[in-house]
Design a protein around this ligand. Sequence first.
Ligand code: AMP
Length: 394
Amino acid sequence: RSSAASDVYKRQYIYHILKTFEELGVAAPILKAIQEMGYESPMPVQEEVIPFLLGDDNDVIALAQTGTGKTAAFGLPILQKIDVTTYHPQALVLCPTRELCLQIADDLNDYSKYIDNLKVLPVYGGSSIESQIKTLKRGVHVVVATPGRLLDLMNRKTVDLSLVKNVIMDEADEMLNMGFREDIESVLAQIPEERQTVLFSATMPPAILAITKQYQKEPVLVQIQSAHRTVDAIAQFSVSVPMGRKTDALQLLLLSKQPKSAMIFCNTKKMVDELTEALCLRGFSAAGLHGDMKQLQRTQVMNGFKSGRNTILIATDVAARGIDVKGVDAVFNYDLPQDHEYYIHRIGRTGRAGKTGAAYNILSGRKQEMEMREISRYTKADITEIPVPTSKEL
Ligand code: AMP
């Protein structure tokens, strides 16, 4: 099965590597940076979106999920268009969470490593507004912001968006889900109409259509079929265990598969805390991430995981949304997600950018086994039942 799956993956990919970044119009200093990062050829969303953004004319709606390479799709062209001699924000990226905000800013900094003096500022709630104001005063070129905090800065007249030429809305559907609609509208209303507005969204609910109608001019629609492709590249397994034995099963799976880095998903904050404690007590290097934690703590946990200090990250869907960690080689569903789309989001953390990964679902009871079958039908994925490894085997 896995070879058939990788065939599908390759075929789709080959189809898209006809163009190089250079041919898409990406300039030398950025090419140098991404080459060093190991980007050899553009991913489909990049091939589609970069030419539009390097030209000034078209607004774009891109239907693409995390893991498809969308950050570079908008990041490379907006950075390239910045006039570094003008210390005013010229590009604005709106995104739903602090984590995503920091991650996008990090990526933009990596891409612009060889463009002298280019300044990117992440702006998000839960951190000191004074220091953000100070940095704004010194002058920045790109602002990456969560809508609430940006509006706060705009109301205090500490950020000037009058020279913004590019607006990117990343994970637009999620921003609406999180109740940012009015904030987004207030922000957009205050940016000059002579701009290019690009919207990225995983789904296209009516509320998104309404936003695009009102704030975009004749947008081009770019659709990237990522979900099934992502799922295809990932080997998926399930184990069934008696009630109350999930943690034991997880321990045995971790010991037998030995992932170098793994993400474990739970449905509640309480479960994240309990499981983190349980795994730590059993000697694993695990850390938990959920929405009730202080920002500083969340940043520490993320950094610990990214740097490899902790090999296991235990998270809820909301806390993990949009987070991109390289080289996660296994995803475990300790609880199955309530929403089938989330299943795709979760397991998409592994098997990124051409790498293969594995996902393990831990089930207990008939109800969960039935849910698993439904998810498998919905995602059109083969999920192979495997036995729990025995301690003897280990
Ligand atoms: P994103 O969808 O922006 O979260 O990107 C998913 C992952 O793909 C990130 O780890 C990127 O660094 C990586 N990536 C993006 N573009 C490329 C590319 N052209 N070649 C290889 N990796 C890439």
